[in-house]
Design a protein around this ligand. Structure first.
Ligand code: PLP
Length: 362
């Protein structure tokens, strides 16, 4: 089988794919294909309930949070968050500009209200993240927003930012459920599914009840967290299939992996191996970001010349590695090692990288 190192839709666990195959033909409890089961059925109600409970258990989520399964991707959250929390506010929300996705978030927020960019990595080409000494948070901000893992540049925060008296909002699309997370420190967390926990089509939002209650009352229903909460993520036809797969993945995380601490340990073994291959290559492989901030999920790196990069990608494809082309915004190579990609798969990539390098030196 081809190994999926893509930074876009990521790999899913084999056990889950096997269950999905069966469900596409027939879900025994219902006697129908998953693709034809009603979103109003009792069966689907249970799917939503179990998925919510699994996420609550995995994260130890406090009781005053709602879990929503929404559509529109993480991109829709770029707007829904400021529509709810920034419209009509006098003081600016504080946004981090740490990479490709942050920039998109900021553009959307500025349509809704005042924004202050509290730190920007633009001048340095988005190769590092800020240290605490560089940050000066205002107590008046309606909230702060950051992206916990910049998927394109491969930069990941290893700490919670901000101050406890200002709400935190975080885009965790590319590292959600990859490690434990102190979710109770955030007012709102959003993550689309297509990295670690399912196929595209569903976006998970964890939102504190007070945020929902304090939001404006004149938003379109679809963009209104309050209406989505009232409808239990069933305001219009939800992506039944995508939510079902998320349920299977959260079961896998709980029962097969044994929780997020175990998941984090495995993910770290994978990234340590990959980065040691880069670091021990005498500069042949060059990491995009500063080593102190590099991500356990996406390793972005370059080779000495664009020609060598093309050759690397070509040979990697032939050797059974898919999705290694870097994001179009920065080029180079990107190896994404989301939850379902095994340590064995990363070992294969690491051996391939060593072999490729030795061959170039004759
Ligand atoms: N945020 C991050 C961190 C991402 O990596 C992506 C896409 O890869 C997005 C947001 C956009 O997500 P979507 O395509 O689901 O709108």
């Amino acid at each position: 089988n081809t190994l999926n190192f893509s930074g876009g839709p990521g790999a899913l666990p084999d056990v889950v794919l096997n269950q999905v195959q069966q469900a596409i033909i027939n879900v025994p409890e219902v006697g129908l294909s998953i693709l034809g089961i009603s979103h109003r059925s009792a069966w689907f109600e249970n799917v939503v309930r179990e998925t919510e409970n699994n996420i609550r258990t995995l994260l130890g989520l406090p009781a005053d949070y709602h879990i929503l399964f929404l559509q529109g991707g993480a991109t829709q959250q770029f707007s829904m968050v400021p529509m709810t929390m920034l419209r009509g506010k006098k003081h600016p929300a504080e946004y981090f500009d740490t990479g490709y996705w942050s920039r998109k978030v900021i553009t959307e927020a500025m349509r809704e209200g005042p924004v202050r960019v509290i730190w920007s990595g633009e001048k340095e080409g988005y190769r590092r993240l800020p240290t605490d000494e560089e940050l000066d948070f205002s107590p008046d901000a309606p909230y702060i927003h950051y992206v916990s893992n910049e998927t394109v540049e491969g930069l990941q925060f290893d700490r919670v930012l901000g101050r406890d008296d200002v709400p935190r909002v975080c885009d965790m699309s590319s590292d959600f459920l990859s490690k434990p997370c102190d979710a109770g420190k955030f007012s709102l967390i959003y993550a689309h599914a297509q990295k670690n926990i399912g196929p595209a089509g569903v976006t998970i939002v964890l939102v504190r009840d007070s945020v929902v209650q304090n939001g404006p009352t004149n938003l379109p229903a679809f963009l209104d967290y309050r209406r989505q909460v009232e409808a239990h993520s069933n305001l219009n036809t939800p992506p039944v299939f995508a939510i079902y797969v998320v349920m299977l993945v959260t079961r896998w995380l709980l029962n097969d992996i044994g929780g997020l601490e175990n998941m984090a340990r495995i993910n770290q073994q994978k990234s340590v191996l990959l980065y040691s291959t880069i670091d021990n290559s005498n500069g042949f492989y060059h990491n995009w970001g500063d080593a102190a901030f590099r991500s356990d999920m996406n390793a972005a790196f370059t080779l000495p010349t664009p020609e060598l990069e093309d050759k690397f990608l070509h040979e990697a494809e032939l050797a059974g590695f898919s999705g290694l082309t870097g994001h179009r915004a920065i080029g180079g190579i990107r190896a994404s090692i989301y939850n379902a990609l095994t340590l064995g798969a990363v070992e294969k990539l690491s051996n391939f990288m060593d072999d490729f390098r030795f061959k170039q030196h004759g």
